[in-house]
Design a protein around this ligand. Structure first.
Ligand SMILES: [Zn+2]
Length: 419
């Protein structure tokens, strides 16, 4: 009888070593493989990635054993060419926006789209709805899916988790109109994920102005459309997320395993009404709202009531983690703050935070506060101009370990979103 004794590691080793110019190095008992002076393959903590990596590398070599379903985009190790990142790495971006196609079609036909009206102006013009005006800082908001994919390739992003551009949440609409908007958008995002399942995952938008309808649409989005959860504003037309009326929604999301991604609106936040100059409504206003929603979810007892709720906050949660010491002091001295049994900082690790923080020092601080297993890649596509790309930025940070980078670039989101 012939028994196969090759482990995933053996298979990976055989494939790596078959590449010309490859050397194996053993460090702390673990092998890594190098070519052209650069490491191109290594094992993950538990060797789980070895089998998959072997498959991808094998596909690149034309190995007959490679499954036909192997994604050729994954193949980084080619004859004589050392890849720029580990072959097993699948970069996943939680923070990537969509301006719905229906909005542009309505603009071209001079029609309204769920109450949003287009006005020609500089560049792509503006959309007005709910008394707020939105202009665009990037022409990429009109990209076709194919153009978007090319841009993702250029940025080294393998998977975008697509969500609506926040000025179009439409929480100011009546429930039925809000649901119609959400269904349009969610069907479009689901279309992307169905056509390119290896490249896109999606987050729904919901008619939060009507909690019952929001729960129904979340259920449709997750169970029928295959979306991973929902993107939410940091308040619902002025209502705060600790309002008891939202608890059934949180319970439903928790039961579904849906991921809730909180992202404020640049034109509709705490600071916007206070000072509309210098772009502060975006640079500071947006992250202040991120911090406010973190504080409310913690202090308002939402995370206490829903211990398995999966929540990610955009822009690294703004200054939320910087403020935890102060929130803890506030909790110690006040009976009304002790609605939660533990100090606020005890809850900050229950949330996930993206990397759109603007500086290495801020990211390092965030990781030190919450742990690298709670920080995930975000690009804010297409609004933040990264040089050269969000992935390359993270990879080049001297203050992060390789293990931290891998968690941030893909491992955490792969597990959270079950990709
Ligand atoms: Zn954003």
């Amino acid at each position: 009888m012939r028994l196969s004794v090759r482990t995933p590691v053996d298979r990976l080793r055989a494939i790596c070593m078959a590449l010309p110019g490859t050397t194996e190095k053993i460090s702390h008992g673990e092998p890594t493989w190098h070519a052209g002076g650069r490491m191109f393959a290594q094992l993950d903590d538990h060797h789980h990635g070895a089998d998959r990596l072997a498959v991808w590398l094998a596909a690149g070599l034309g190995d007959q054993e490679a499954p036909v379903k192997s994604d050729p985009r994954r193949v980084r190790a080619r004859h004589g060419e050392a890849p720029t990142r580990e072959a097993s790495m699948k970069t996943i971006d939680i923070h990537a926006h969509l301006v719905p196609r229906g909005l542009w079609q309505a603009a071209a036909a001079k029609r309204e789209w769920h109450g949003f009206r287009h006005e020609p102006d500089e560049g792509l013009g503006t959309f007005t709805g709910g008394g707020k005006k939105t202009a665009f800082s990037s022409p990429k908001v009109r990209f076709s899916p194919e153009e978007r994919l090319k841009d993702m390739d250029a940025q080294g992003v393998d998977v975008q988790v697509v969500s609506i551009h926040t000025p179009f949440f439409g929480y100011h609409l009546d429930g039925a109109e809000g649901r119609a908007l959400a269904r349009d958008v969610n069907d479009e995002i689901a279309g992307l994920t169905k056509q390119w399942p290896a490249r896109f995952a999606g987050l729904a938008t919901l008619p939060m102005q009507d909690v019952k309808l929001a729960i129904e649409e979340l259920e449709r989005a997750v169970t029928q459309l295959g979306l991973k959860g929902a993107e939410l504003d940091t308040h619902v037309a002025g209502a705060q997320w600790d309002d008891p009326k939202f608890l059934p929604f949180f319970k439903a999301a928790e039961a579904m395993g849906a991921v809730l991604f909180y992202h404020p609106q640049p034109q509709h936040n705490f600071l916007h009404d206070r000072i509309a100059k210098y772009g502060l409504f975006n640079s500071i206003g947006v992250i202040l709202d991120d911090a406010i929603v973190v504080a409310i979810l913690i202090a308002g007892g939402v995370l206490e009531a829903c211990p398995d709720l999966k929540v990610c906050i955009a822009h690294g949660g703004g200054p939320a983690c910087y403020a935890m010491g102060r929130m803890d002091r506030g909790w110690q001295g006040r009976r009304d703050a002790q609605k939660i049994p533990q100090p606020p900082s005890a809850y900050q690790r229950r949330l996930y935070y993206d990397t759109v923080v603007g500086s290495e020092k801020a990211l390092r601080f965030l990781i030190d506060e919450v742990g690298a297993d709670r920080v995930v890649l975000g690009s804010d596509w297409p609004f933040v101009p990264w040089h050269p790309s969000p992935v390359t930025w993270v990879q080049g940070l001297a203050s992060l370990t390789q293990d931290e980078k891998e968690k941030i670039l893909w491992r955490n989101l792969e597990a959270l979103l079950k990709l």
